[in-house]
Design a binder for this molecule. Structure first.
Ligand code: ADP
Ligand code: MG
Ligand code: ZN
Length: 188
């Protein structure tokens, strides 16, 4: 019992990692046993930590595939967290099946990640997790152009919107991505 899936989604800088860390802080205060994971491809900060843009961090095991969670899982763990879901190469099937299996075993599974890529297209695994989750929260950032609530991650190259035929995943921060609202988002 207690098994559930929680999804925290939104654009870049919407506070997904902050919210995940906030929930995990409560898990630690409640003395529940926790394991956190982070995709090895997320090289923006120190590998082995969940780090928000404001610098708060929590220890996490780097993984290449979501299937590795099963190998690392301790018998007595109660809460499993994964940040930056979009950095995993696994198929949407594999991601959903793994999360469902963990929740079916009674674990609280908390997943954070982008809901849309830099073209504003949904990430398939995230779309499907949103559908099956017990709890889903969609966060927003602030549009750097107009100050409205931002829902999209604009990829920039030399001050211009990146063309839409570029790779879907390119690791970067403020130098590469801007939070934009629907009106200020530009097609590449
Ligand atoms: P995410 O994991 O969703 O990318 P983080 O939790 O790492 O976001 O960072 C959220 C923090 O980013 C905010 O609390 C704020 O300090 C900072 N930030 C930087 N740019 C923006 C922006 N355009 N809109 C909102 N927050 C921003
Ligand atoms: Mg984050
Ligand atoms: Zn705007």
């Amino acid at each position: 019992s207690g098994g559930r899936i929680e999804v925290i989604c939104g654009c870049m800088y919407s506070g997904k990692t902050e919210e995940l860390i906030r929930r995990l802080n409560h898990v630690q205060i409640a003395r529940q046993r926790l394991q956190a994971f982070t995709p090895r491809r997320d090289t923006r900060y120190a590998v082995g930590n969940l780090v928000s843009h404001n610098g708060v961090r929590i220890e996490a095991q780097p993984i290449d595939s979501i299937t590795e969670i099963r190998d690392y899982l301790r018998d007595d763990v109660q809460v499993v967290a994964l940040d930056e879901l979009h950095f995993l190469d696994d198929s949407a099937d594999t991601i959903v099946e793994t999360c469902q299996a963990l929740a079916d075993r009674g674990l609280r599974v908390i997943i954070a990640g982008l809901d849309q890529d830099y073209r504003a297209a949904p990430f398939p695994a995230m779309s499907r997790l949103l559908a099956v989750a017990e709890q889903a929260d969609k966060l927003f950032a602030i549009c750097v152009r107009c100050g409205a609530y931002a829902t999209r991650s604009q990829r920039m190259i030399d001050g211009k919107p990146a063309p839409f035929d570029a790779p879907t995943i390119v690791v970067g921060g403020l130098e590469l991505y801007e939070a934009r609202c629907r009106a200020c988002f530009e097609a590449g």
